[in-house]
Design a protein around this ligand. Sequence first.
Ligand code: ZN
Ligand code: ZN
Length: 160
Amino acid sequence: MYVMAAVNVVDIGGLLNGGRRVVEVRQEVVLEPFDGWSFPSAATVQLEIRAVARLVDITGVIDVEAAGQCDRCLREISTAMHVDVREQFEAAATFQDDPFDEGNVLRGERLDVADLSRQLVDSAVPFAVLCDPNCRGLCANCGQDKNQGECACVKLEPME
Ligand SMILES: [Zn+2]
Ligand SMILES: [Zn+2]
């Protein structure tokens, strides 16, 4: 049976009550577009979750392809992202609403893998969508892609 709402939620009750030492998670997580980037295919999320005293310790990797349009030359680009996961959450504090909780990744005994993945990927995407840090962009006058060569109006541009 496929339960949509809970598909990326992992029950870690067995960890918190000492019954299990580690929970391994491998999930495909669909991510919403963020800050100019979109994620055409689901992220592959692999995690190992451990309880260490009152902490929930999460390590693993998230692999996802981020796609976007270069801010300067408008070329479509995509980049393979590999995000290392190393997070700890306080288990006890999560049984009630915690003002320091960032987005309710852990609610009681339920870890929201989608929420965790979204937060980590969103904070790992490059600040600007650029095909190359040195992209020369388009000529504001004629629209020529200056990565392909100078246009005829280059002499009219002010010197810096
Ligand atoms: Zn560009
Ligand atoms: Zn031009």
